[in-house]
Write a protein that binds this ligand. Structure first.
Ligand code: S3P
Length: 438
């Protein structure tokens, strides 16, 4: 099948107000928790990317009636914690690791069995990290070869609370355990090795379900009552905004305004890292929406310098490294990243694929098991294979703004998983971008 390719050339400064898509992590959770609430919830600002639509389709298959999504609005008729029905056939979650891992936690507690599959990329991703703690709660879950999907969840098991010290900082694993814990007898305790995004905890509280956090320890007691329906407004996704933060930083004379971007402290690493590199990013009109901090971001071009990225910021910026590597390639000096081995098990092996792409643009890059060294230098043009990874595709599109010749980025169809309006936003900002679609 012919792929969607982007061709991008350097051009003039970027300017304007760019409203990026709704937050992917928050959108998944909004759909799942609304489905479990007793009554009708209204979600606005929902990301209508393929990943979230996969979660919507899965919950419909589990018997939840929904209207939409249309222009980011989804009405969900929640069935309560005990109202889900056995789906007919397998649940195909496409490219979405978040859908598969979060739903694994929820489905482990249901009275029926389910089988979860995904696309080629998702079928390669590690699933034992959710299966192990769920099994210790009493769930019966089979994974495929090497601990990868398909997942077969037997269901019909009474779950018990656990105390679980997570070996990796993972919001998906934490969330899977918390969703299962809603149904488990007793008090479940999850201890994080480092903070990971806390949208599930915040949102459960918003639905009226008590969750307690003290330092790195999160506690939730099963059977503590129903989830109450809500109106929930999803902020713009900082992970999508990151491409524009880097783009405006590296193109001289640029200034972009990005309204209502999620500024959750467990997600904000990209801003801290870019600022440490010299980026000029201002947060204005800081406020809170549906339990999440939001702000308008204003970014102006600025000379960037290489830095050693503080390890504690890695989990707080885990999805933004493809964009940050482009910033590093355009910076003066060397940027050093370590402690980021998790990047090897994302939608692609992001360390390998970004290193390969950067090298082909003439950048001096050194690959390590858990990171990269990137020495900034002038970029050449060329052809880049995104490996079907949405964030790799968008990152190299941004690189094209600073390359001597055109960059052709191949296999960009999956940009629609997280940021369906990317091309429109990029063109509105002033990218010189052409799309070659079959
Ligand atoms: C996510 C958590 C992160 C992140 C992913 C979304 C979530 O994954 O990379 O894109 O919504 O919980 P891990 O939990 O594997 O770190």
């Amino acid at each position: 099948m012919a792929s969607i390719d982007y061709i991008v050339r350097s051009g003039g400064p970027l300017a304007g107000t760019i409203t990026v898509a709704g937050d992917k992590s928050i959108s998944h959770r909004a759909v799942i928790l609304s489905a479990l609430a007793e009554g009708r919830s209204e979600i606005t600002g929902l990301l209508e990317g393929q990943d979230v639509l996969g979660t919507v389709a899965a919950l419909r298959a589990l018997g939840v009636a929904m209207e939409g999504p249309r222009e980011g609005r989804l009405m969900v008729d929640g069935v309560g914690l005990y109202g889900l029905k056995a789906p007919v056939g397998v649940l195909d979650l496409g490219n979405s690791g978040t859908s598969m891992r979060l739903l694994a936690g929820l489905l482990a507690a249901q009275p029926f069995g389910t089988r979860l599959v995904g696309d080629e990329s998702l079928m390669r991703r590690p699933m034992e990290r959710v299966a192990v703690p769920l099994r210790s709660m009493g769930a019966v879950i089979e994974t495929g070869e090497g601990g990868r999907p398909p997942l077969y969840i037997v269901g019909g098991r009474a779950l018990r609370a656990i105390e679980y010290r997570m070996p990796v900082a993972s919001a998906q694993v934490k969330s899977a355990i918390l969703l299962a814990a809603l149904y488990a007898k007793g008090r479940t305790v999850v201890i994080e090795p480092a903070p990971s995004r806390d949208h599930t905890e915040r949102m459960l509280a918003g639905f009226g379900y008590p969750v307690h956090r003290e330092g790195a320890t999160i506690t939730l007691t099963g059977g503590a009552g129903p989830l109450h329906p809500v109106r929930l407004d999803v902020p713009a996704d900082l992970s999508s905004a990151a491409f524009f933060l880097v783009a405006a930083s590296i193109v001289p004379g640029s200034c972009l305004r990005l309204p209502r971007v999620g500024m959750n402290p467990t997600r904000r690493g990209v801003i801290d890292i870019l600022r440490a590199m010299g980026a000029q990013i201002e947060a204005q009109n800081e406020t809170t929406a549906s339990g999440e901090p939001v702000a308008d971001l204003v970014v102006r071009s600025a000379p960037l310098r290489g830095i050693v990225i503080p390890r504690e910021l890695v989990p707080l910026a885990i999805d933004e490294f493809p964009a940050l590597f482009i910033a590093a390639a355009c910076a003066e000096g060397t940027t050093v990243l370590r402690g980021a081995e998790e990047l090897r098990v994302k939608e692609s092996d992001r360390l390998a694929i970004m290193a390969r792409g950067l090298a082909s643009l003439g950048v001096a890059v050194e690959e390590y098991p858990d990171g990269l060294d990137i020495k900034g230098m002038p970029l050449k043009g060329g052809v880049i294979d995104s490996g079907g990874d949405h964030r790799v595709a968008m990152a190299f599109t941004v690189a094209g703004l600073r390359a001597a010749d055109a960059i052709e980025v191949r296999d960009c169809g999956n940009v629609a998983t997280s940021f369906p309006g990317f091309v429109a936003c990029a063109c509105a900002a002033g990218f010189n971008l052409e799309v070659k679609a079959p």
